[in-house]
Design a protein around this ligand. Structure first.
Ligand SMILES: *Cc1c(COP(=O)(O)O)cnc(C)c1O
Length: 357
């Protein structure tokens, strides 16, 4: 069976050697040596001034909303994973959906201003499949209207835009280190923010503690544990192999699929991309379903991602988003993972060509 993704696992003895440090110290969590070392290594690898490792990629979004004191309406994209919208609602705010750009698939910045009301407190946008939003335009809008900017950068590990980490844009960016993501700690994630927010974000992720016997305010538990950090430290040295291997898959797909009448991801200029996903937008939903069925019959399981469009969730006021609704109905992410053999990639390509030619 070929699945849409396959978790990269480092050699088990390397993971165990790192875990040994947790045994030696007797610390399993509460920011032991492994979490601290992972944060230091990630700062250097990514080129970010600070980060806070967390237990998954959803809590940092919720903590960002809470710690920035956001209320009322948050302008967001309908084309993302459910965690983007659910975090807004979970924090008692109202998502206001702005449609997406038909090629970049990120929020259409030209439509943001029309959605701003007196209740708007922030923009929460997703860098879709590692493809940056128009960060300059969004920053200008936010400045003009005094709004905060949060980026769900779950897909953006290692992506740079104009020569620096994409995580450095916005007031806060969040990443996921889930096992299906490019870099992973099993479950895990991180929050990146402007220096002035760091302390506030930090105590929010640790119950609000100010030392063992005092509290700054309301907090939650989002701490990364030592076994999670050990996995991250075991995976990180393989990042260049991971990227190289995924690049080969992407290039093999590109060599065939660019000649077909289907839409591939358009990466924004000045971006060093990370080969995180291979989305294909078919001509019609019927064509997508035909391809998906044929692939499934060949024991190949791509994923409709992102589907459905988040403006159709049962707990939001679902007004239509024409482009996002349309793209979500036609987009399929093809299998992409380290060690995907050329003969298997070719099997995927052969099935696609048979259906759409
Ligand atoms: C994976 C993902 C998340 C959630 O991350 P978890 O680590 O699974 O909590 C949020 N947003 C997007 C866009 C994602 O792809």
């Amino acid at each position: 069976m070929i699945n849409v993704t396959k978790t990269f696992l480092p050699p088990q003895q390397e993971y165990q050697a790192l875990l040994q440090q947790a045994w030696d110290t007797g610390w399993m969590t509460n920011r032991g040596v492994l979490v601290k070392e992972l944060e230091d290594r990630l700062k250097a690898y990514l080129g970010v001034p600070q980060l806070i490792s967390m237990t998954n990629g959803t809590l940092p979004i919720q903590i960002a909303i809470k710690a920035l004191g956001l209320t009322g309406e948050i302008i967001t994209t309908p084309f993302s994973y459910v965690a983007t919208t659910s975090s807004i609602v979970w924090e008692g705010c109202t998502p206001v959906f702005v449609d997406i750009h038909p090629e970049y698939l990120t929020i259409d910045e030209t439509q943001i201003e029309a959605a701003i009301t007196l209740k708007t407190s922030a923009i929460l946008a997703t860098h879709v499949f590692g493809n940056p939003c128009n960060v300059e335009a969004i920053e200008a809008i936010a400045k003009k209207h005094n709004l905060k900017v949060i980026y769900d950068a779950a897909h953006c590990f290692g992506v740079t835009y104009k020569g620096q980490s994409l995580f450095n844009y916005g007031d806060v960016s969040t990443c996921s280190f889930h096992a299906t993501k490019l870099f992973h700690t099993g479950e895990g994630g991180a929050l990146f923010c402007k220096p002035e927010y760091y302390e506030r974000m930090y105590w929010h992720h640790n119950f609000g503690h100010d030392g063992p016997e005092a509290f700054y305010g309301l907090g939650i538990n989002a701490k990364m544990s030592e076994p999670q950090a050990a996995m991250g430290l075991a995976v990180l040295p393989y990042m260049s192999d991971i990227l190289e291997s995924r690049k080969r898959v992407v290039e093999t797909y590109n060599a065939v699929l660019t000649d077909l009448e289907i839409q591939l991801l358009a990466i924004r200029d000045h971006t060093l991309w990370n080969f995180s996903y291979y989305p294909v937008v078919f001509k019609t939903e019927a064509q997508l379903l035909a391809v998906k069925t044929a692939l499934n019959q060949a024991d190949i399981f791509p994923r409709r991602y992102f589907y459905p469009s988040l403006n159709t969730l049962p707990y939001v006021d679902g007004s239509a988003c024409e482009v996002a609704d349309d793209i979500a109905s036609r987009v399929l992410c093809l299998p992409l993972f380290v060690g995907f053999e050329t003969q298997d990639i070719n099997r995927v390509l052969t099935v696609i060509k048979t259906i759409i030619c």
